[in-house]
Design a protein around this ligand. Sequence first.
Ligand code: PEP
Ligand code: MN
Length: 346
Amino acid sequence: MLIVMRHGAPEEDIRRVAETIEEMGYQARPMPGKQRTTVGLVGNDGRVDSSRLAALPGVQEIIHVTKPYKQVSREWKPESTVVRLPGGLTIGAEEVVVMAGPCSVESERQLIEAARAVRESGATVLRAGAFKPRSSPYSFQGLGIPGLKLLGKARDETGLLIVTEAIDAEGMDAVAEVADIIQIGARNMQNYSLLKRAGRVGKPVLLKRGLSATIQELLLSAEYILAEGNPNVILCERGVRGFDPATRNLLDLSAIPVVHGTSHLPIIADPSHGTGHRDMVMPMAKAAVAAGADGLLIEVHPTPDRALSDGAQSLYPEQFDRLMREIRLIAEAIGRRVAESVGVRA
Ligand code: PEP
Ligand code: MN
């Protein structure tokens, strides 16, 4: 529920509304706007007596948010969320941000080589997993803490920002120490205790769509993070399970305009996991930018045939370089631009 204050309503009226909401047993989120302040009521269990709030001085109207998700909806916040990262990089404004790197951190040499290559081609964020959620317990599970240390080293050496995955609450703090963005993977999209933890971690979160999650379920999972007080959520379309083995997943690019229409959160696309084959990554990456994606997540490996995970979908550095050149043209054609490295973003 949103309590819209009258234009120029004094501070004390806004405070009174917030206090009344708290007295009623809910949380108040005052949101000052250009025209007027709105106070969000968090935790509405359907028993809120809105007439009590409507009668307070300075209140202009009460808006009932119709969607099951509240704080992530455009009804709650009409203007798009812009996630601000170190070094002035933004996600959700006109920049299209490219996050690239190997699926897993494998060794210092592999990671630094990959980092240098993607930076050279213009990526601004290095993406690699130290903790890997694998379908089989016998597959490579990632280097863990030593992998995080290597990511810190790659950040220092290249100035790239880091996005890496936290797979459980125990590992969250260690991940948050090196990550500029914390990834929650597809398999954990509905791990609600992990989402709540991510809501309190104080870093932006990249939330990937679950293997067979609806867009509404994705947005409800994002709501868990916002409800804990973290507004910096970036959604990621990474394909849902389809019926055709010709592709690893069915990359649902229509999720991009759906999310942009119903939510203020930015959404990026991951054509690597979305297709599973490197030759399909390039066309689908271009299609995602054309469809309005706020960024891309692309797997790139210096020697994909030797990769310990996801080699078949990892681009060779030369392919990635070409892709960057091509998406710059597409971004420009739709009035956006691909974010460029601006030296060490510390
Ligand atoms: C990954 O990003 O490497 C990954 C495991 O992706 P997803 O969670 O989308 O399967
Ligand atoms: Mn992967």
